[in-house]
Design a protein around this ligand. Structure first.
Ligand code: GDP
Length: 439
């Protein structure tokens, strides 16, 4: 996410040399570079100009404290201004109404159906009752897609494949939800490849008649400036409540995330960063600004870990580590837990300073594949007692997994090092506890 923009901004800040005061002269080049980086990232020209003008006047007005360099101060001001530009504070979706209807709008392919499933998962995790409604009356495949998603996440889907009247389907679905205690009704609607009158009439008709508590506009962030223009057109007709930016995991240049709020004056409420149901984040302008500036986002990282990690499993593994019994089955289970947290590259980018290091590297779930293949080729006995794995077993494991002996040896070595480290930590913990008892 935002690799290039982060890199260019970092370079821009480096052009601000010296330690003294920020002056018109020394800040001019840097501000120009920041503006260029934003425009290259597909930020609307007017928005880029406005924000950099503000950054400049803010920078000139502030005293540089002895402890920070002008460069550091400028990073801080840029972070503040980007945060403001993206809305300042997080805004939640409205969950009032009985039932509470959430209408999902957007172009075809923007990610509406996928998002509907993710939002259902998100609400279900909070212990809410959800009904998904398939109102894409033009594409039978879309109805099937939603049904499959519903099955996968354990959320009921209301559909009437023969009915060609979206409002009628949605109205019946709401009546059904009332009868069946489903407090939240997510209505997935039909999109078109481009804005057209019929689609707009249909979606505004749904909005007028269903009176949703929340109307969300879903937009593909990879479409850059188009995303902003489409948002404007939809908002003029729909007056929606919030934006969902999808596909931020891809090669997006990030411009949409930065300019949409300013141009449309509606908050971004969620961002979607992958095809899996877990790849959904509530949008926090300040955390996003930090990420754009390569400062990482540790708060989100910890939250993700808390959400995805199975607490019982964590306790079980912890106990095994303490008893020096960590084995290959536990190793596999840890990999599964990490994969559940989401896109690996994005996760690593949340560690301060890491974004720059991994720029351009290919890191994804596939990176674990060789390791998983090797472990899965071990017998249960070998996984549980790695010490029995001798030369001939290694060869068999290599053949079985289609990896080289070298890779198997490397994994064995890494695993031994890991166990050694765990043992040492246990010992140190023991020593510390002993000391603690003495003091
Ligand atoms: P709809 O036509 O608006 O309902 O769009 P879909 O939900 O069918 O999504 C279109 C395509 O985009 C599908 O292949 C999805 O898997 C994919 N998609 C949706 N959201 C994301 C995302 O956040 N990241 C990525 N990489 N793909 C996504």
């Amino acid at each position: 996410m935002f690799d290039n923009l982060s890199y260019k901004l970092d370079r821009a800040f480096k052009t601000l040399k010296g330690t003294g005061k920020i002056t018109e002269i020394n800040v001019a080049t840097t501000v120009k570079e920041i503006r260029r980086a934003l425009i290259d990232a597909d930020v609307n020209y007017k928005v880029a100009k406005e924000v950099t003008d503000t950054i400049k006047s803010e920078a000139l007005g502030r005293d540089v404290l002895i402890s920070v360099s002008p460069g550091q101060l400028l990073v801080k001001i840029t972070q503040e201004e980007l945060t403001k530009l993206m809305g300042g504070t997080k805004e939640d979706i409205n969950l009032k109404g009985d039932p509470n209807v959430i209408l999902i709008s957007g172009l075809q392919g923007s990610g509406k159906t996928t998002f509907s499933g993710k939002l259902a998962t998100h609400l279900k995790k909070q212990g809410r009752q959800v009904l998904l409604v398939a109102c894409d009356i033009y594409r039978p495949a879309a109805i099937e897609q939603l049904k499959t998603l519903g099955e996968q996440i354990g959320v009921e889907v209301y559909a009437e494949p023969e009915n060609k009247n979206a409002l009628d389907i949605a109205s019946k679905a709401i009546a059904y939800a009332k009868k069946n205690g489903k407090k939240n009704v997510i209505v997935d609607t039909a999109g078109r490849l481009a804005v057209d009158e019929q689609m707009m009439n249909e979606i505004s008709d749904l909005k007028e008649n269903l009176d949703p508590a929340e109307t969300l506009f879903v937009v593909d962030s990879m479409t850059g400036q188009d995303a902003v223009n489409t948002a404007k057109t939809f908002d003029e007709r729909l007056d929606f409540d919030g934006v969902v930016l999808t596909k931020l995991d891809g090669d997006t240049r990030g411009g949409a995330a930065i300019s949409i709020r300013h141009v449309v004056d509606k908050p971004i409420k969620f961002i979607s960063t992958g095809e899996k149901m877990e790849n959904l984040d509530v949008f926090y302008p300040d955390r996003m600004a930090q990420r754009i500036l390569g400062m990482g986002d540790v708060v989100s990282l910890v939250e993700k870990a808390q959400q995805s990690f199975d607490e019982d499993e964590a306790k079980r593994i912890n106990a095994k580590i303490r008893k020096n019994q960590f084995n290959f089955d536990d190793f596999l289970s840890q990999i599964e837990q990490i994969k559940k947290m989401g896109n690996l590259k994005d996760l690593m980018g949340m560690i301060p300073g890491m974004g720059k290091m991994i720029k351009g590297l290919d890191i994804d779930d596939d990176s674990f594949k060789p390791i998983e293949a090797i472990i899965r080729s071990m017998t249960p006995l070998e996984r549980e007692n790695p010490d029995v794995i001798d030369g001939s077993r290694r060869k068999r494991i290599a053949d079985g997994s289609g990896r080289s002996i070298q890779e198997v040896n490397n994994l064995m070595k890494q695993f031994r090092d890991m166990r050694k480290m765990m043992k040492q930590m246990n010992k140190m913990g023991g020593a510390q506890r002993a000391l603690g008892n003495l003091m």
